[in-house]
Design a protein around this ligand. Structure first.
Ligand code: VGL
Ligand code: ZN
Length: 194
């Protein structure tokens, strides 16, 4: 497949944060190995002035998703902690980039970068029509961000060489990819971009 990046395209980098890297509070297997690939996409989009959106999980200390509060996850990505910082080596463009924090209220969780954020309005005011999505975790925040984008009428492209999932149950990530394709998303790798 070949995909030409046009001026109405944007890149969304999902939750590439220290706590999701091996050694972090909620490690996603192999998440560190995609950093160089994510960086290639970031550089490609930045080069042509296409906007780059970086989502981050940004939880208060007693967030509802933490097991200490009856949730299903260990404490992770607590606001202003080292674990919530972007992954080591992640390229962050100096302009045309927007950081979108989610899961910021105690009593509300958000797997989608669109839930409780201004991501949709940021994309609309830029005239973005299609989003290219990479990051972690395929079976949680990537999946919900892609489905959210499709629901809002954006076309989506899943960057298959720059994704990693948690796979709490084996096959979760593969099923998540299926669910995204089912909703209209398409897969591509770096070599497909022209
Ligand atoms: C995520 C679990 C909890 C994710 C965030 O970024 O996919 N997963 N919080
Ligand atoms: Zn979270």
């Amino acid at each position: 497949m070949r995909i030409r990046i046009t001026e109405t395209d944007a890149l969304i980098v999902v939750d590439m944060q220290k706590d999701f890297m091996p050694g972090g509070a909620l490690p996603v297997p192999g998440a560190d190995t995609i950093v160089p690939v994510v960086n290639k996409y970031v550089e490609r989009f930045a080069q042509t002035g296409n906007p780059v959106y970086l989502t981050r999980d940004w939880h208060p200390d007693n967030h509802i998703s933490f097991s200490s509060n009856g949730g299903v996850w260990p404490k992770h990505c607590r606001q202003h902690t080292e674990g919530a910082a972007f992954a080591k080596g992640l390229a962050i463009p100096s302009d045309n980039r927007f950081i979108v924090s989610k899961g910021v209220s105690e009593d509300f969780d958000a797997y989608s970068g669109f839930q409780g954020t201004i991501l949709e309005s940021l994309l609309r005011e830029r005239g973005v029509k299609r989003v290219f999505v990479c990051g972690v975790a395929t079976d949680y925040c990537v999946k919900h961000t892609v489905l959210g984008a499709e629901n809002l009428g954006f076309r989506t492209v899943l960057l298959e060489d720059a994704l990693r999932g948690v796979d709490v149950k084996p096959g979760d990530s593969a099923r998540a990819v299926d669910a995204m394709l089912e909703r209209g998303s398409v897969l591509c790798t770096f070599e497909d971009l022209v």
